[in-house]
Each structure stands twice: as structure tokens, then as C-alpha cells.
Design a protein around this ligand. Structure first.
Ligand code: NAD
Ligand code: DAU
Length: 351
């Protein structure tokens, strides 16, 4: 009977992980700690909030007392750590919050895991969900893999790289059983509309411009969020202790081609004349220090654990566009801020 602490479970990827784990680990207790920053949305978890194996704790992973009490109250034996400040543009504006949550918060969790488990590390695991951005930026060729040297370029990437290093240092120094995975760009339902794909969908719905940084030639490797959640579950159950795993979609797109694909999919779904949405594209000032290209070699995960993405990209974009169109209230609530009231309604207290 596992007792799993998931951090950041009200966010985009975390909410998919929580829902998947409740299906795949029917005898486990799942405790979700989330601070409910602007990126945390309990509406993402509406359908499972009353599940008997699920507990929600509103709190900050930097709060040592709270983290300690969660470990002892629920006898936590597994941590799946997703809580983070996740948006690169915000990290350029306010890097301190990124250092606080991503580095200090990870350290608090690691240290508590070490203290709670050090008498017997067997059947314990600290799983850190990280990003390919820790590896820096690629030119036209080459792929990131588990052996790529760290070379983070943005404050966000630097904070995630630092947290990865702390995880590995706790393994090396104290023997804490850990796994780290580094994944490429995710997309799909529940993604906050500051990220490129939901931002484009939202801008089209609002008849606003679609901003593309620089010339739109930067490349990202896109993966459907449920494929990432499935990879995390597979690695958690079958991955080798103290290993790292690179996860990617083998699906590289320049930003401009990706945005045009989303525009075409939106035009079809809305019954617009071909080319309508593309007219909204505007090339704007580039992101500072904008990484040129990310691309992942997932062959370790494929060869050792048999993982592969389940969806073709066009199919994933269709699903995503239709999800946002069918869940306009989710988007409206996020944009007008009322999603943050959901906690008050559910828990009858102020967040
Ligand atoms: P997100 O921003 O959507 O969600 C982050 C969640 O963490 C939110 O629910 C937020 O409330 C919570 N949180 C933030 N600070 C907290 C704190 N101090 N204490 C407790 N909770 C806190 O992020 P996401 O896109 O779902 O990413 C989740 C994880 O996956 C992150 O660690 C990110 O670095 C990593 N990752 C993301 C991607 C991607 O494409 N989105 C790709 C690879 C890795
Ligand atoms: O690679 C994994 C990372 O992917 C995750 O670790 C991050 O948490 C996640 O936010 C994502 O980072 P990116 O910076 O790649 O994602 P974003 O959606 O912000 O941007 C994708 C690309 O689109 C990037 O090259 C910048 C560009 N862009 C973005 C926005 C928001 C634009 O051209 N215009 C925009 O308005």
C-alpha cells in the first residue's frame, strides 16, 4: 500500500498525474500538496476531489514544518515532485521566486525524505520531474539525452538544474533512492494560457493578435501531457533507482509552423474560412536569451521500459483544441481569476 506525496498536483502536468495514479495505483493513498499559486487550479481535479484515496493539502513545499507533518501523518514512502514555478518568461521578470520554490522547496522535500527514511531506504523513492531546459540549447543538429552536460540558460532552467543537482547530491551523499526525468515541452488540456499553445487558442477566441517571439524559428519537441504522465508512471514502477530518463515526443516544430497548425485546427473547428486565424500572427520582440532548439533522444526509455508516445501530433492538437472549445468556462474562469474562488467554495475558507 503505497503512500505517495505528489507536489504541484493542481497544476497542468500534476493534475494529469494525480488522475492517472488514482487509476493505476488503486490501493495507494495519494496526498497532493499544492500552494495554489496562479498556476494551481483545483478545477483541474474536480472529478477526483472526493476520491477516498485522495487527500489535498493546501501548502507551500518550502514550509518545513508542514512537509514534516505530512511525512509523519501519512507515512509517506514515495515522493513525485512536480511543484515548481514553470514559466520561462516569468523567471526572466522575477527570478527570486524561482530560486525559492524550485531550489529551496526541492531541498526541503529532499531533506525531509532523508530524515524520515534514513533508517531504512528500502521501498522508498524520491522521483523528481524535471525539464530538458537544464541542458541548454541545441543548434540545428543533435539531441539531448541522459548523458548531455548541464548548461542551463534561463533563470527557470538554472533553478531546475540546481534542483536536479540537489536530488543527485542527496543520492550520492546520503544514499537517498532517487529518479530524475527530464522532459520536453508538454501540451494538452488544463495548460495555463500563458504557454504557447493555449495562448494561441485563447487569443484566437478573443480576436486578439498572436505574438511570436523573434522570427518564430526556435524549435521545441512537443509531447502530449498524458504521454508524459504515463512515462512518469512507468518510470516510477519500473525505472532503475538512481537513474535519469530523458522523455520527449520525437516531434520537433518551429514555433511558426506550430502556430500555423493550431490556427488551421482552430479555423476548422470554428468553421472559419481557411487562413482567418493566421492573419492574427504578429512577430514581436524576442525573449531574452531565447533557447534556439530543444530535442530529446528518448531511446533509453524506449529500449529499457518500452515507452513511446501514443499520439500523432496533429491528433493531439485536435484533442487539445477541442478540449479548450468544450471547456470555455475553464478558460474564462482562469482569465477572469474566478478559478481561485474554487478553493473557497470547496473548503469554506480563504486560500
Ligand atoms: P504548472 O505551473 O502548471 O504547475 C505548477 C504547480 O505547482 C501549480 O499547481 C502551483 O500551484 C504549484 N506550486 C508552485 N509553487 C509551489 C510551492 N512553493 N509549493 C507548493 N506548490 C507549488 O507547471 P507544469 O507545467 O505542470 O510543470 C510541472 C513540473 O513539470 C514542473 O516541475 C516543471 O518544471 C516540469 N516540466 C514541465 C514541462 C512543461 O512543458 N510544462 C516540461 C518538462 C518538465
Ligand atoms: O522544454 C520544457 C519546458 O517547456 C518546460 O520546462 C517549461 O516549464 C515550459 O513552460 C516549456 O518552456 P518553453 O519556454 O519552451 O514554453 P513556452 O510555451 O513559454 O514557449 C514555447 C515557445 O514559444 C518558445 O520558443 C517561446 C515561444 N513563444 C512563447 C510564448 C508564450 C512565443 O513565440 N510567443 C509567446 O507568446
Amino acid at each position: 500500500m503505497k503512500k505517495i506525496l505528489i507536489t504541484g498536483g493542481a497544476g497542468f502536468i500534476g493534475s494529469h498525474v494525480v488522475k492517472l495514479f488514482l487509476q493505476k495505483h488503486p490501493t495507494a493513498t495519494l496526498v497532493n500538496i499544492d500552494k495554489l499559486t496562479y498556476a494551481g487550479n483545483l478545477e483541474n481535479l474536480k472529478e477526483i476531489e472526493a476520491h477516498p484515496n485522495y487527500v489535498f493539502v493546501k501548502g507551500d513545499i518550502c514550509d518545513r514544518k508542514l512537509v514534516k507533518s505530512i511525512f509523519s501523518s501519512y507515512a509517506i514512502d514515495t515522493v513525485v515532485h512536480l511543484a515548481a514555478e514553470s514559466h520561462v518568461d516569468r523567471s526572466i521578470e522575477s527570478p527570486f521566486e524561482f530560486a525559492q520554490t524550485n531550489i529551496m522547496g526541492t531541498l526541503v522535500l529532499l531533506n525531509q525524505a532523508k530524515e524520515s527514511w534514513e533508517k531504512d531506504f528500502s521501498n522508498k523513492l524520491f522521483y523528481h520531474v524535471s525539464t530538458d531546459e537544464v541542458f541548454g540549447s541545441l543548434e540545428e543538429t543533435g539531441l539531448f539525452s541522459e548523458t548531455t552536460a548541464y548548461d542551463p540558460k534561463s533563470p527557470y532552467a538554472a533553478s531546475k538544474a540546481s534542483s536536479d543537482h540537489f536530488v543527485k547530491a542527496y543520492q550520492n551523499t546520503y544514499g537517498l533512492p532517487v529518479i530524475v526525468s527530464n522532459c520536453s515541452n508538454n501540451y494538452g488540456p488544463n495548460q495555463f494560457p500563458e504557454k504557447l499553445i493555449p495562448l494561441v487558442i485563447h487569443r484566437i477566441l478573443e480576436n486578439q493578435c498572436i505574438p511570436i517571439y523573434g522570427q518564430g524559428l526556435n524549435v521545441r519537441d512537443w509531447l502530449y501531457v498524458e504521454d508524459h504522465a504515463n512515462a512518469i508512471d512507468l518510470i516510477l514502477r519500473k525505472g532503475k533507482l538512481n537513474h535519469t530518463y530523458a522523455i520527449g515526443g520525437a516531434n520537433e516544430w518551429t514555433n511558426i509552423d506550430l502556430v500555423k497548425l493550431v490556427c488551421r485546427t482552430m479555423d476548422n473547428a470554428l468553421g472559419n474560412k481557411k487562413g482567418t486565424s493566421e492573419k492574427r500572427i504578429e512577430f514581436v520582440k524576442d525573449r531574452a536569451g531565447h533557447d534556439k532548439r530543444y530535442a530529446i533522444d528518448s531511446s533509453k526509455l524506449a529500449n529499457e521500459l518500452g515507452w513511446k508516445p501514443s499520439l500523432q501530433f496533429e491528433e493531439g492538437i485536435q484533442l487539445t483544441v477541442h478540449w479548450y472549445l468544450e471547456n470555455k468556462t475553464w478558460l474564462e474562469n482562469v482569465v477572469n481569476g474566478s478559478y481561485q474562488e474554487y478553493y473557497k467554495k470547496q473548503y469554506n475558507t480563504t486560500p
